[in-house]
Design a protein around this ligand. Structure first.
Ligand SMILES: [Zn+2]
Length: 224
C-alpha cells in the first residue's frame, strides 16, 4: 500500500507541462492565439487617442521620450481595472474604457517601454492555478462581460492553467525582462512552482533573448 502511494506521488510530481496542457479542453486556443494588438484607423481619431495615452504615461512617470531609463508603468493597473475587453479594439475605443483585459494591458506596456527607448515585444505565459481560483475567474469574467457574444471567441481560463499576456522588454545586452502590466510585476526567470507559478512563456521578439537560463526564440513556447 505504501509503495502504491509512493508511486502515485512520484507520478504526480512527474506531470509535465505537456500533459497538464493536454488535459485542458481550451488549450488549443491558447497555443494558436496571437498576442493582442490595438487597431489604428490611420485617422486623427486613433492618432489623438494614442498621443493622449503617451502624454498621460509621460506625466505619470516623468520620463521624456527615448531617454533610456526602464521604468515599469505601475500606474496602468491603477488607472485601468482588469476585466473583459471587446475585440477587436482600436486606440480610439480604448480611451472610452476603464476596464481592459491582459491583452490590452500588455499592448499599453509595450507602448510605454518603446517610448522610453526600449525594444518591447508581445509575450504570452501559461500560469498554474487551482480549480477554486479558475472557477472564481469564470464567474467573474461572465459577470463583467460587456457583450457575451464578443467575449465568447477566446477562452483564457482552463481548469488548472490559464493563458495570460505580458510584455517582453529587450535589454541592450540581449537579455529579456518580462513584465506583467495587469498585476504590475516583473516575472522571475526561474518559474515559481505551484499556485501562481509560470509554466511556459512565448516571446514575439524577432531576436533570441536570454532570460535567466532560458533562451526565448520567436513564437516558441518555452517550458520553465
Ligand atoms: Zn480610431
Amino acid at each position: 500500500m505504501i509503495s502504491v502511494e509512493g508511486n502515485t506521488l512520484e507520478a504526480t510530481l512527474e506531470i509535465t507541462l505537456e500533459s497538464m496542457v493536454h488535459r485542458e479542453k481550451v488549450a488549443r486556443g491558447w497555443v494558436e492565439h496571437p498576442t493582442s494588438t490595438l487597431l489604428h484607423h490611420e485617422k486623427a481619431c486613433c492618432d489623438e487617442a494614442r498621443l493622449w495615452f503617451l502624454t498621460l504615461g509621460r506625466s505619470m512617470e516623468g520620463w521624456s521620450a527615448g531617454h533610456f531609463e526602464l521604468k515599469a508603468p505601475t500606474w496602468l493597473s491603477k488607472k485601468f481595472e482588469w476585466g473583459p475587453s471587446s475585440w477587436p479594439m482600436s486606440w480610439c475605443e480604448l480611451i472610452k474604457h476603464e476596464q481592459i483585459d491582459c491583452g490590452v494591458f500588455a499592448v499599453l506596456a509595450r507602448e510605454i517601454f518603446t517610448a522610453q527607448g526600449f525594444k518591447a515585444h508581445g509575450g504570452q505565459v501559461l500560469v498554474n492555478y487551482n480549480k477554486i481560483c479558475t472557477d472564481h475567474w469564470k464567474d467573474f469574467w461572465i459577470d463583467r462581460m460587456p457583450n457575451a457574444e464578443e467575449c465568447k471567441s477566446f477562452n483564457w481560463i482552463g481548469e488548472n492553467v490559464v493563458y495570460h499576456e505580458v510584455c517582453i522588454v529587450e535589454m541592450p545586452d540581449q537579455t529579456a525582462k518580462v513584465y506583467d502590466a495587469t498585476f504590475n510585476q516583473w516575472y522571475e526567470s526561474e518559474g515559481r512552482k505551484g499556485f501562481g507559478g509560470l509554466l511556459a512563456v512565448r516571446s514575439e521578439s524577432p531576436r533570441l533573448l536570454r532570460w535567466g537560463n532560458h533562451t526565448l526564440s520567436y513564437g516558441e513556447w518555452i517550458e520553465l
